[in-house]
Design a protein around this ligand. Structure first.
Ligand code: NAG
Length: 438
């Protein structure tokens, strides 16, 4: 740790002194110089919390610094632009991913689920008994933090799998090393039906149209000049405890070495809904490995909702990219038809009502099953059978679930395959690239 601090200090003073000598050089980001003071502070606290921040240097600077032996190793890691911070995410059984934030004067730590499908950020109040039952472990007391105040306003929330009653509060919130002042957020008094929730709360990464216009944490990070761009990206892996393939939320942009550039490139889709990170899907298919058999549900017109219930071609083409959902979810009628299609491939392990395993399966021949293919704004994305089928104790489970609302949702399962970049500045876009895997 000591050495790291030293290295950063050296690089930093080098960069600054260079700027004085060579005023017109465009070797480093302007923002880095302007915000130098804060960068230094940021680096310090970042190192303390063991989350790495770094900035971009041109090849010329790198070559010169390379002469100093101590720095060579470290410079390889300095490939990211300034004002990108990382929040390592803890993987809870591939179903929920949690990152740490600090709240209030005492900088109390909470583990939050960073949810692109909602916009409020909440923690549980210390007298929320139902929160405890739902699995929340850390509670917040607004009265004991001098920076905390109430807004005298209550709200009821509805999640896909739960309900909550909360009051509004304003408090300072620290994420990675960035301190957001006066974040309007919610303090939960009641939480019901949110079963098996393994975190302390939620951090909404959606738009302010779903938070009554109150700035979200991404909005505030930008307003308070803590990030350059209203962007973030999410990289998820199956590893539970691996430094190397650590799941993470990257705030302020994307980190290019998380994409599999040998086999893929970034593909961006327009966000087509003002409330959700939603894009347009073209079709979903099951395709045999040799490509000979293909069963598809297609979208004929670029419409958000399909009007005709009876059609067996059209499907719900509005896809929400939701890090707060574990699986892939399809509108139940689309789901039903897809299950039928799977039978054309000789796979009959599902009860279409339950979508869960009823038949026996054998993990060893899972390769014979078809790929699941999703086309999003003109590009195919492939989910191989070992990712959408789970064979557990010889029972087979489909990781594609039905939903009674007319929307398709791509959750963590999809994000694990495709590293996802969310651009919130208009025109809003979502980008995907095959995630680097081992
Ligand atoms: C946060 O609120 C305090 C107290 O009202 C105020 O002094 C401070 O300027 C606010 N900070 C920001 C960034 O709005």
């Amino acid at each position: 740790m000591q050495i790291k601090v030293l290295l950063f200090a050296i690089i930093f003073s080098y960069v600054l002194s260079r700027r004085i000598k060579q005023k017109k050089s465009n070797l480093i980001h302007i923002s880095l110089i302007q915000k130098g003071q804060r960068v230094q502070e940021t680096i310090k606290s970042t190192l303390d919390s063991d989350i790495k921040i770094s900035f971009e240097l041109s090849r010329e600077v790198k070559e010169q610094i390379n002469n100093q032996n101590l720095l060579i190793d470290h410079l390889d890691r300095l490939q990211y632009a300034y004002q990108i911070v990382y929040i390592p995410l803890r993987n809870q059984y591939n179903a929920q991913y949690f990152g740490k934030i600090q709240l209030g004067q005492q900088e109390q730590t909470f583990e939050l689920l960073f949810d692109t499908g909602s916009s409020y950020t909440w923690v549980a109040s210390n007298d929320c008994n139902t929160c405890q039952k739902a699995g929340v472990k850390h509670f917040f007391n607004c009265e004991t933090s001098q920076s905390c105040s109430y807004l005298n306003k209550k709200i009821k929330l509805q999640y896909g799998t739960g309900k909550a009653v909360a009051q509004f509060m304003v408090e300072n919130l620290k994420i990675a090393s960035l301190l957001i002042q006066n974040q309007t957020m919610l303090l939960l008094d009641e939480l019901t039906e949110l079963k098996k929730f393994e975190g302390d709360g939620l951090a909404g990464l959606g738009f302010d149209t779903l938070s009554d216009g109150y700035p979200t944490i991404i909005d505030n990070l930008f307003i308070q000049d803590l990030i350059d761009k209203k962007e973030f990206s999410i990289y998820l892996t199956e590893h539970q405890n691996s430094e190397d393939k650590q799941s993470k939320l990257i705030i302020g942009g994307k980190q290019d070495n998380l994409g599999d550039y040998n086999n893929d490139q970034w593909h961006y889709c327009d966000v087509i809904n003002k409330n959700y990170w939603a894009i347009l899907g073209d079709y979903v298919s099951f395709v045999s490995r040799d490509g000979k058999i293909r069963r598809s549900l297609k979208s004929i017109k670029p419409v958000h909702y399909v009007q005709d219930d009876k059609s067996d071609i059209l499907f719900t083409s509005l896809f929400v990219i939701d890090s707060g959902t574990s699986l892939i979810v399809l509108y139940k009628k689309d789901h039903e038809r897809l299950i039928q299609y799977l039978k054309d491939f000789g796979i009959e392990c599902f009860d279409s009502e339950q979508y869960q395993g009823i038949n026996e399966c054998d993990q060893s021949n899972i390769d014979d099953y078809p790929n699941f293919e999703i086309s999003l704004c003109g590009k195919q994305f492939i989910i191989p059978p070992e990712k959408y089928l789970l064979c557990s104790f010889f029972q087979c489970y489909l990781m594609i679930a039905p939903f009674d609302q007319r929307v398709s949702i791509l959750g963590d399962l999809f994000i694990r395959e495709y590293y996802t970049h969310f651009i919130q500045e208009t025109p809003r876009k979502i980008g995907f690239i095959k995630a680097i895997q081992d």
